[in-house]
Design a protein around this ligand. Structure first.
Ligand SMILES: [Zn+2]
Length: 92
C-alpha cells in the first residue's frame, strides 16, 4: 500500500471514530431514515465534550489519530459534513 493511500485511510478511520464520539456527545445525529446522513444538533458545548473524550483516548493510546493531522482538524472535518436538515428527507 502506498504511503499516500495509507494516510487517507488513517484519516478516514480517525474521522469515523470522531463521528462516533461526536454522536455520543450529541453534537450530531444520524438521519432516522438515511444512515449516511449526519445532522448538526447545534448543541452548545457538545463538540468540546467530544474533544475532551478524544483527548483522553489519545492520551490512553486508543484513538487512531494520524500524526499528520490534529484532533481539531478531524473534528472540524466531521462537523463540516453535518447538515442542518437531511437533503433526502426534504425531497420526499
Ligand atoms: Zn433522511
Amino acid at each position: 500500500m502506498s504511503g499516500a493511500k495509507r494516510e487517507v485511510e488513517d484519516r478516514l478511520r480517525a474521522e469515523r471514530h470522531s463521528r462516533t464520539l461526536l454522536r455520543n456527545a450529541g453534537a450530531i445525529r444520524q438521519c432516522e431514515v438515511h444512515e449516511d446522513v449526519y445532522i448538526d444538533n447545534d448543541e452548545h458545548g457538545a463538540v468540546e465534550e467530544a474533544c475532551r473524550v478524544a483527548d483522553a483516548e489519545i492520551a490512553a493510546g486508543s484513538f487512531p489519530l494520524p500524526k499528520a493531522v490534529t484532533l481539531r482538524e478531524v473534528m472540524d472535518a466531521v462537523m463540516a459534513e453535518a447538515v442542518e436538515d437531511c437533503p433526502h428527507c426534504l425531497k420526499d
